[in-house]
Ligand binder design. Structure first.
Ligand SMILES: NC(=O)c1ccc[n+]([C@@H]2O[C@H](COP(=O)([O-])OP(=O)(O)OC[C@H]3O[C@@H](n4cnc5c(N)ncnc54)[C@H](OP(=O)(O)O)[C@@H]3O)[C@@H](O)[C@H]2O)c1
Length: 241
């Protein structure tokens, strides 16, 4: 498959390129073509050092999207509307994957009955310590907001939110994580389950339709808080039955 990683020059994008680059054609997307191509060369070199042949190229975001079968959005929440505007014309019934987590430091926004209520770090003495918080988007989750910006009929799958980029990018480590997958179409979810299984040590778990994405997205700030406060590294999730 041809997979465009929009924001593939960033932390988590690098991890996906390294984990899929030997099995799929990965197209690194960036706002700058030179940067995209330089990262493609860098990631190809890392795979070569690990004895693997890579198929990784780099293009500006819109061209990367136009060349792909699957488009993965590895960008920050604040950039989703501008980036989707840039690639919208190229989406054309392709599967889109969102790994986007809207989170901020020391700032909780709770949305009771659709009315945003902000609790800032300065408003309460006991909120002053370092911590990360899920910032609920007006649509309910980043995935639902992205869905509202995509062309009608686009199959959006929300997944991979709870994977730490550093460990994903380190080909010398075992992963051992579960990956929650949310979406409204079983056909596209099955394709994403396959992409999860392509990465050794990852297990896909069906969470439900797209509106369940907020549950999975909001686990990420919890994992980061656990890591920071308990001096742990690369915390992820694994369900045990
Ligand atoms: N990092 C993690 O461990 C992790 C884990 C799970 C999920 N996620 C989610 O994955 C997404 C990406 O996270 P990340 O840590 O990889 O982010 P990042 O490294 O900060 O940024 C990703 C890419 O976004 C592009 N970018 C930066 N500023 C931009 C702007 N103003 N407008 C448009 N594009 C811009 C950059 O690409 P160019 O400069 O090349 O255009 C950058 O390489 C986030 O939504 C995050 O919540 C991250």
């Amino acid at each position: 498959m041809k997979i465009a990683i929009i924001g593939g020059t960033g932390s988590i994008g690098k991890g996906f390129a390294l984990r899929w680059g030997h099995k799929h054609h990965v197209i690194i997307g960036s706002r700058e073509q030179e940067k995209a191509r330089a990262r493609a060369v860098e990631y190809t070199g890392i795979l070569k050092d690990h004895g693997q042949k890579a198929d990784i190229t780099g293009e500006i975001n819109a061209k990367a999207a136009s060349e792909a079968d699957i488009i993965l959005l590895a960008i920050r929440y604040g950039q989703i509307s501008s980036i989707i505007e840039q690639i919208k014309a190229e989406i054309d019934n392709k599967i889109v994957i969102s790994v986007v987590v809207p989170m901020e430091k020391d700032r909780c926004i709770i949305v009771p009955n659709g009315v945003p209520l902000e609790i800032s770090a300065n408003s309460r003495e006991d909120y002053k310590a370092d911590y990360f918080c899920y910032v609920t988007p007006p649509a309910g989750s980043a995935a639902q907001e992205i869905a509202s910006l995509l062309p009608a009929g686009t199959e959006l799958v929300s997944a991979f939110h709870n994977v730490p980029a550093a460990k994903l990018s380190n080909l010398d480590t075992e992963l051992g994580y579960d990956i929650g997958v949310c979406g409204n179409y079983m056909h596209s979810k099955n394709i994403v389950f396959g992409l999860v299984r392509d990465i050794p040590g990852m297990r896909p778990l069906d969470i439900g339709p797209l509106e369940t994405s907020s549950m999975v997205e909001s686990i990420t700030p919890l994992l980061v808080n656990v890591a920071i406060r308990n001096h742990m590294k690369d915390v992820g999730i694994k369900f045990v039955d």
